[in-house]
Each structure stands twice: as C-alpha cells, then as structure tokens.
Design a protein around this ligand. Structure first.
Ligand SMILES: [Ca+2]
Ligand SMILES: [Ca+2]
Length: 200
C-alpha cells in the first residue's frame, strides 16, 4: 500500500470508528430497572404478587430487587412494560434472575414479548427449578420482527401455585440500537468498497 493508501485507510477507520461510537453514545435508547427506587413505577403494570424487596439475598446489585411469590392466578402474575421500538434495528432484553424457593413442574417462569400487544412470543419458559445459589444472567437478542414497533411490549410472568414458589429479578435492561444515520451508511459503504478494491 502506498503512502496515500495508508493515510486514506487510517482516516476512514478513524471516521468510521467515530461514527459508530457517536451512534452508540447519542442514539441508543436504554430502559433499565434496578428496583432501587423501591417501587414498580417504571413498569406499565404490575400484578400484586410482584414487589420490591430490600435484602442482600433479594438484590443482585444495590440493595433491592424485584420479587414474585405464589400462589398466583392461573393466568400468571405479570410485570409488564410497554416501550416503542420505532426507529430501532436491534432490540435486546436482559435480566438477572435467582430462584429463591424451588418450583415444581406445575409452576412456570415466562419471559415474553409482543410486537402488537396481541400475539405473545416466549423467550423463556422454566419449570421445576431448584434454588439458585448465584444469580443467573440472561440476555436475548430479539428477532427483526421486534424492531420499529410502536406497540412493542414485554412481560415477566410467574405462575406459582403456592407461597413457597419464589423468584427474584434485578437489572432488567431493554436496549435499542437505532437505525444508522445515512452519513454512517455512506461512510461504511465507501470503506467497504475501498477494502474490496484493495484486495483485488
Ligand atoms: Ca437492585
Ligand atoms: Ca409450586
């Protein structure tokens, strides 16, 4: 590669890097629940079996965590959040979970999302779990169908048939990566074309 080629490569790499960094810093929409506010006000709706508990065992980080305990209704007790994913091209949902008291085959822990608040899709359906000594981290990258949906929502549902069924959650995070600005796309396309040309 000649001197100009090296200069162009470093300039484009720097520009692309700055563009991508700027994109993440300026555009990413993040909704996060750490339960430290000691209420469930960040949620669109919360069934009564859900609460915030302040204890070392109930918190993954900070001093509080979300808690759900049976007996619950047949439909399940939900912690429900509506959040528009308009102008996003990637949606991910993450959370920390700990089974506080073992569940049976008849109990269900569900994590679900909907593109339209009508049809629900299941990310996790867990039953007959033993007590967790440690918190377990989950993260799901949702399919393209979850992007750019004004009626997107997700919910954590617990169906436990006795008061001895208990699950804790903490650090629930919704990440949206926005659709890139046209300038970023042009720069990326230019850089890709230049690389392809260089490799010939
Ligand atoms: Ca917390
Ligand atoms: Ca049970």
């Amino acid at each position: 590669m000649n001197k100009f080629g090296r200069w162009l490569a470093s300039a484009l790499t720097l520009t692309l890097g700055l563009e991508l960094t700027g994109l993440t810093a300026q555009g990413a929409v993040v909704w996060r629940e750490d339960f430290e506010s000691d209420n469930l006000a960040k949620w669109t709706a919360a069934d009564p079996a859900w609460s915030v508990v302040a204890s070392t065992q109930a918190a993954y980080a900070g001093s509080r965590g979300g808690n759900v305990q049976g007996p619950t209704s047949l439909a399940g007790d939900a912690l429900y959040k509506e959040f528009s994913t308009v102008d996003s091209n990637l949606v991910s949902l993450g959370l920390m979970k700990k089974v506080r008291s073992s569940t049976e085959a008849s109990d269900h822990w569900l994590v679900q999302w909907t593109p339209d608040r009508v049809d629900w899709l299941t990310l996790a359906d867990q039953s007959a779990e033993s007590v967790d000594a440690e918190w377990v981290k989950y993260q799901w990258f949702l399919p393209f169908a979850a992007t750019s949906k004004p009626l997107f929502a997700f919910r954590l549902v617990f169906i436990g048939d006795s008061a001895s069924d208990r699950v804790a959650v903490d650090e629930v995070v919704l990440d949206l990566l926005p659709v890139p600005e046209p300038a970023s796309v042009v720069i990326f396309a230019f850089f890709t074309a230049w690389l392809a040309n260089k490799r010939r």
